[in-house]
Design a protein around this ligand. Structure first.
Ligand SMILES: [Zn+2]
Length: 645
């Protein structure tokens, strides 16, 4: 992840919260105590106004790489004296702001929809937060108001990726949004904070050769007219508003599940994700009903920077998990689990992300156990623990705590292994201590109690205290809980995952390294997770002959499994194994998933000859990467002096 040069803003933001006005540019002196109820990554004055519904009209222009939009915001006014509405924007041209006349003129304009212009201005942009849009409004005693904003996005927008026809399988242009954590403000002016949840409707206009889909009710049978309408009847935070436009086909995989993808991928993807309905049922049995009606999956172009994004009703999924053997479908289990953790009960600020990702990782593992068995999920859990340990080794103690302090920082900094793997181990711990039956009942109650709400770490802890710790006293103390949530590292009494499935892998590797086992006899019945473990635990150096033997026996260089290829290429780079370099370069040019390419660039940069390769490949691959991936790889490949930071 990229780190920007951080400007000091925390004090200014606190002042903003207190006064409802803006005072950017104050110098940081002392951050003081965190206010858990304040979102340090939004300018929105949510204590005075709350958006409850959005009506969007979006015109997608591939030629100019721009969305022309009209966003009508329905607002609940909390403060009758407030005279400014502050919204989040980033790289947006604001053309006009109007207010629904009934709100201005009261009863006189009843039954007429007149929109009256309102004065507005944009504040000075901040490199992380973007630009506050300040709209002047008269004080009002009315409980609700409606504001309409006409705007255009700029091609530089980091939350939008515009792919040219050459960059997609079907040679048609493709657009997708990536709003988490604070990208929504760069394609919609709104209160871009997870504290606020709103329903939305949208009309999207495109060319007739493409189809638009959103994180909303999609109609798979909709004709390609270039005009598409969407309704999202459940209130969602802004980071879950998503749009994709491309040459998309649809194939059903179950009564309430299906796959959208470009034609060349649709059949393979539908086969790969055939178990989605079983996954939903497994989760419903454990944690209560699925409340979003349909669950569809959109297979993204290869440049998609994440494994998946849990956009409600329509998860966006990397094509790198379409392997042919369902070996990487834990990504689907993960995004599906977000339909409960995150999308249904979510984090109020980015400090609370662990409530979203830790719960999801825990539930992902439960789904994988239910559908594919304990052996596979235990292997995945042990691999997760391994990545947590390497994450812990790199993070300073303050960044090892679940309720991380993100003030004055890019919220991207929260996306380490901590909220995911440590969060999940905390839930594993509670599960083990209280027992499965009690803990499942607790989680079911939790999802019911906070359904369609965004909560803070402190709200969760109060609920936990009342409904688990106090209900079954003498099992876990508040001190033990606090060690998990506010302490660095892993508590000594953590319950760590174990598996016996890697023992034969260790034995086979040792025997092969000692020349006592032919490469072909290594793992006749191993599954992908065992191969990953096999490759990831090799000694630092291997002679070229052994690299060649392995590749000859298993064809790792050409592996259709992008994760196995990634582990293999790490060995290829560490051992400067030249025969695999041409394919490595191709891989870096076709895969855009950050997790699978950033470590390879990092490894290449460790030697002068590798650095030459990294720079050459990055120059060629760059136009096909997502803007966020470009930033991340740039930070690895281009020395600081060259970027001018
Ligand atoms: Zn997730």
């Amino acid at each position: 992840m990229t780190r920007w040069c951080l400007a000091a803003r925390a004090l200014a933001l606190s002042a903003l919260a207190a006064s409802g006005g803006l005072s950017l540019g104050a110098e940081r002196v002392d951050l003081g105590a965190i206010d858990p109820n304040f979102d340090y990554h939004s300018y929105a004055n949510v204590d005075q106004f709350r958006v409850t519904h959005l009506d969007l009209e979006l015109r997608v222009d591939f030629e100019f790489q721009s969305i022309t939009g009209r966003a009508a915001l329905e607002l609940k006014r909390l403060d009758p004296r407030a005279t400014q509405l502050v919204l989040d924007t980033r790289d947006l041209m604001i053309l006009d702001v109007t207010q629904k006349a009934t709100d201005v003129l009261g009863a006189t304009a009843k039954n007429q929809t007149i929109w009256v212009s309102r004065p507005f201005h944009l504040e000075k942009p901040d490199p992380i937060l973007g630009t506050a849009l300040v709209i002047e409004l008269p004080p009002s005693k009315r409980g609700t108001e409606a504001i309409r904003i006409d705007y255009e996005t700029l091609p530089a927008s980091a939350a939008l990726q515009w792919l040219t026809p050459k960059q997609t399988a079907r040679h048609k242009a493709f657009l997708y949004t990536n709003s988490e954590p604070i990208g929504a403000r760069s394609w919609i002016p709104l209160q871009d904070t997870p504290q606020v949840r709103a329903t939305y409707k949208a009309k999207v206009h495109t060319g007739v050769d493409v189809r638009a889909v959103m994180s909303a009710e999609n109609d798979p049978k909709a004709k390609r007219t270039g005009d598409y309408t969407f309704v999202m009847p459940e209130a969602v935070p802004s980071y879950l508003i998503a749009l994709a436009v491309g040459d998309l086909e649809f194939q059903e995989t179950g009564p309430r599940t299906g796959v959208y993808a470009e034609k060349s991928m649709i059949k393979e993807a539908a086969r790969e994700f055939a178990d989605t309905e079983s996954m939903i049922q497994a989760n419903e049995k454990m944690f209560g009903p699925y409340r979003w009606s349909r669950y569809d999956v959109l297979v993204m172009p290869p440049s998609f920077p994440e494994g998946g994004m849990e956009n409600p009703r329509l998860s966006f999924i990397t094509p790198t998990v379409v392997v042919g053997d369902k070996s990487l479908v834990s990504v689907i289990a993960h995004e599906l689990a977000h339909s409960w953790a995150g999308n249904l009960v979510g984090n109020a600020t980015w400090r609370d992300l662990w409530l979203n990702e830790g719960f999801t990782d825990y539930m992902e593992s439960r789904i994988m156990t239910a559908v594919y068995g304990q052996q596979r999920s235990s292997m995945e859990a042990v691999l997760g623990l391994k990545s947590l340990r390497s994450g812990l080794a790199k993070l300073k103690p303050d960044d090892q705590i679940l309720a991380i302090d993100l003030r004055d920082r890019d919220p991207d900094a929260v996306f380490s292994e901590i909220p995911y793997e440590k969060g999940r181990l905390f839930l594993d711990y509670l599960d083990a201590k209280f027992g499965r039956e009690r803990f499942d009942a607790f989680l079911r109650g939790y999802f019911d109690h906070f359904a369609f709400k965004s909560i803070t770490t402190e709200q969760f802890l109060a609920y936990l205290q009342e409904n688990l710790l106090d209900r079954f006293p003498g099992i876990v103390t508040r001190g033990q809980v606090n060690a998990w949530v506010f302490g660095p590292g892993l508590p000594a009494d953590a319950v760590l995952p174990v598996t016996t499935m890697f023992e034969p892998v260790d034995e086979a590797r040792t025997a092969w390294l000692a020349g006592k086992l032919a490469p072909k006899k290594l793992g006749m019945d191993w599954i992908a997770q065992q191969w990953l473990y096999f490759l990831d635990n090799m000694p630092a150096t291997l002679p070229p002959s052994q690299m060649a033997d392995l590749d000859k026996a298993y064809g790792f260089t050409k592996s259709p499994n992008a994760e196995i290829a990634h582990s293999w290429f790490k060995l290829v780079i560490a051992n400067d194994y030249q025969p695999s370099f041409p394919r490595l370069e191709e891989y870096l040019k076709t895969v855009g998933r950050r997790k699978l390419i950033a470590p390879l660039y990092e490894a290449l940069m460790k030697t002068p000859s590798g650095a030459v390769v990294a720079k050459r490949v990055f120059a060629k691959a760059r136009p096909g990467y997502h803007p966020e991936t470009v930033k991340a790889i740039e930070a690895i490949v281009v020395p600081k002096e060259e970027t001018g930071e």
